[in-house]
Write a protein of this length. Structure first.
Length: 99
């Protein structure tokens, strides 16, 4: 058997390299959530009523902020109003303006 035949035989005896299975969307989402958690970020979920959804859409269109940025800023602004004793004023303004 010459060298060429030996090489061909070796190639035919070796298994084809196995490919990694592609991740499903659920697996990708899980990995993303785990990375965010490792970075110290907290996931917050909820549902918006009609008024809040309209506010969200306007803010999103005008600022081009991500959902995370909108939520982060909303919480920070609410906290600032609270710390400065203005939470009641903010709440009344929202009610008066049907927001």
């Amino acid at each position: 058997m010459d060298d060429l035949e030996k090489a061909l035989e070796q190639l035919s005896n070796t298994e084809a390299p196995t490919r990694k299975q592609p991740l499903t969307n659920a697996e990708k989402q899980k990995r993303y959530r785990e990375r965010q958690k490792d970075l110290g970020k907290k996931e917050v979920r909820g549902y918006l009523n009609d008024e809040a959804l309209q506010c969200y859409q306007l803010i999103s269109e005008q600022t081009q902020w991500t959902d995370s940025k909108i939520l982060t800023n909303a919480l920070r602004l609410t906290y600032a109003a609270y710390k400065n004793g203005q939470i009641g004023l903010l709440s009344k303004w929202l009610q008066k303006n049907n927001l």
